[in-house]
Design a protein. Structure first.
Length: 248
């Protein structure tokens, strides 16, 4: 039996859509699930509920908590791992983040600690280090122009649909245990997308401090240009490109 945690989230729901047969959704609020899905109550902050939810589960997809505080997020993930061991789960697939294997600060702090906890748990495992979601960076055409503050540098984002399919394949397929995948989407730039759409491109300064300004700074520094073939390998096909999404 398979189980998916955080199954009412945007990624979790997409994974459920791709899994057929013996799967349970581990959720805090079952009313948010579509009809026909077996739901079990499981709260990352309630170890007892997690142990009950994992009864009879063989392979578990641990979708990382949305909690922003790294210490609490790590504790939540440890609760899941401890409950999985206690319930007799044999393997866990974890949605980590690119760079978490080597960097333990900021966005990767909790992921780094969780990866270490997974290895120490004794569970068989597969680690999926996801990139930023492409949905957050989709170019917008305004007055016939695409604008960004990225300096024309590349982005390795991927769409949730593809990352969900990769997670489902890793959970149910063979040959993935003991492996970590660094998932990157096809490299793209805002100027290239503007050209493909037949519109102009304009580089503009950041509107002001905030999350997008921070992300744009990462892009300008080339921090999102890493490329691997892991996502395509897990999918068994090329990942969706930004131009394909915009012209679909």
């Amino acid at each position: 039996m398979y189980a998916v945690t955080a199954a009412t989230g945007q990624l979790g729901r997409l994974v459920l859509d791709r899994l057929k047969g013996d799967v349970v959704a581990v959720v805090r609020d079952a009313s948010r699930l579509p009809a026909g899905v077996e739901a079990r109550h499981g709260d990352y902050d309630d170890p007892h509920s997690l142990r009950a939810a994992f009864a009879g589960v063989d392979r578990l997809l641990l979708i990382s908590s949305p909690e922003l505080d790294a210490a609490r997020r790590t504790a939540q993930h440890r609760n899941v791992l401890d409950a999985a061991v206690a319930a007799g789960v044999t393997a866990v697939v974890y949605t980590s983040f690119l760079g978490a294997d080597t960097v333990a600060t900021g966005m990767t702090e909790a992921h780094h600690a969780t990866e270490q906890a997974i290895v120490a748990s004794g569970l068989a495992y597969t680690i999926l280090r996801n990139p930023f979601y492409g949905e957050a960076f989709l170019p917008q055409v305004s007055d016939g122009v695409v604008r960004s503050s990225t300096g024309g540098r590349g982005l390795n984002t991927a769409f949730r649909d593809d990352l969900a399919q990769a997670a489902a394949n890793a959970l149910t397929g063979e040959g993935h245990l003991g492996r970590a995948y660094d998932l990157t989407g096809p490299l793209w730039t805002y100027p290239e997308v503007a050209e493909a759409l037949g519109v102009a491109y304009e580089e503009v300064p950041d509107a002001g401090p905030g999350p997008m300004a921070w992300l744009n700074g990462l892009v300008r520094a080339g921090a999102l240009e890493r490329q691997t073939g892991d996502l395509e390998s897990l999918l068994g096909r090329p990942a969706e490109t930004v131009v394909e999404r915009l012209t679909a």
